[in-house]
Ligand binder design. Structure first.
Ligand SMILES: Nc1ncnc2c1ncn2[C@@H]1O[C@H](COP(=O)(O)OP(=O)(O)OP(=O)(O)O)[C@@H](O)[C@H]1O
Ligand SMILES: [Mg+2]
Length: 243
């Protein structure tokens, strides 16, 4: 696994802590103990990320990229065992309770996964899934939550967003579904977005649009970004310059 980082222009930040990096990962290790033995999925990962900074994590399949991302998010479930330290905005993630982690995720860290079909619930409309975030996390009224869902869908490039609010995930193309997943991830304006192979399941022309979108949102929302890929060309194709 390798890491490539770069700074993007920042505007004002809204961090709890003025000093120190946004994310500091120190000697992160993740093991899975199963009946077939122990897998050392992640070993000795160290890096830090400033607000607004980009980091690419590159590595072949099985090298521990996804598990690293899950470790940062506090999403490693048993039989996984996490050691080391992940400090996000001054708070330790390793060993935190589910309640503490829920508080940090959303407005703190959010993620976009490879397969949008795994991330969206097939039995609810996309509007309901987006609006639920604002209703549950922010206590907004149904009307306000739906209004913000429409705004977000438009922001991530869904044409005729209002008309599509009552559509189900399977009624969208793969690229549009991934845009909706990105909308859900950025809904609470996270300081850090972890994008784990967000374009791998998409065809080449659609991939470029998703990369452009993530790049634009990163700058506009002043987010730090961890971009996970097994494709060595990805950082080369990463859109540069002003979005
Ligand atoms: N829940 C789990 N239980 C047991 N082993 C696991 C679990 N999750 C991941 N692993 C193991 O951890 C190692 C790293 O997996 P990981 O998914 O992080 O790879 P990756 O680099 O993301 O690969 P890919 O590019 O294919 O997505 C693999 O050997 C995998 O089998
Ligand atoms: Mg992976």
């Amino acid at each position: 696994m390798a890491a490539i980082s770069g700074l993007v222009p920042r505007t004002a930040g809204a961090r709890q802590e003025a000093a120190g990096p946004l994310l500091q990962v120190a000697d992160l290790e993740v093991d899975f103990r199963t009946a077939r033995g122990t897998t050392h999925a992640v070993r000795g990962v160290d890096f830090s990320l400033e607000p607004g900074e980009s980091l690419a994590i590159l590595g072949e399949s099985g090298s521990g990229k996804t598990v690293t991302g899950r470790g940062i998010l506090g999403l490693v479930d048993p039989p996984g065992r996490v050691r080391g330290s992940v400090r996000f905005d001054g708070r330790e993630i390793v060993g935190s309770s589910d309640a503490e982690l829920r508080e940090i995720r959303g407005p703190g860290m959010a993620t976009v996964f490879q397969d949008s079909l795994d991330s969206l619930n097939p039995v609810f409309t996309v509007g309901a899934q987006l609006a639920e975030i604002f209703r549950v996390r922010l206590g907004w009224s149904r009307h306000d939550a739906r209004g913000e869902a429409v705004r977000l869908m438009a922001e991530v490039g869904i044409p005729a967003a209002e008309d599509r609010l009552n559509d189900y995930p399977h009624q969208f193309s793969g690229g549009m579904r991934q845009r909706i997943c990105i909308a859900m991830a950025i809904a609470l304006k996270p300081q850090l977005l972890i994008a784990d192979e967000p374009t791998t399941a998409l065809d080449a022309t659609v991939q470029a649009g998703i990369l452009e979108l993530i790049r634009r949102l990163q700058v506009e929302h002043d987010m730090a970004l961890i971009f996970v890929t097994h494709d060595l060309a990805s950082p080369v194709r990463w859109p540069t310059g002003s979005p």
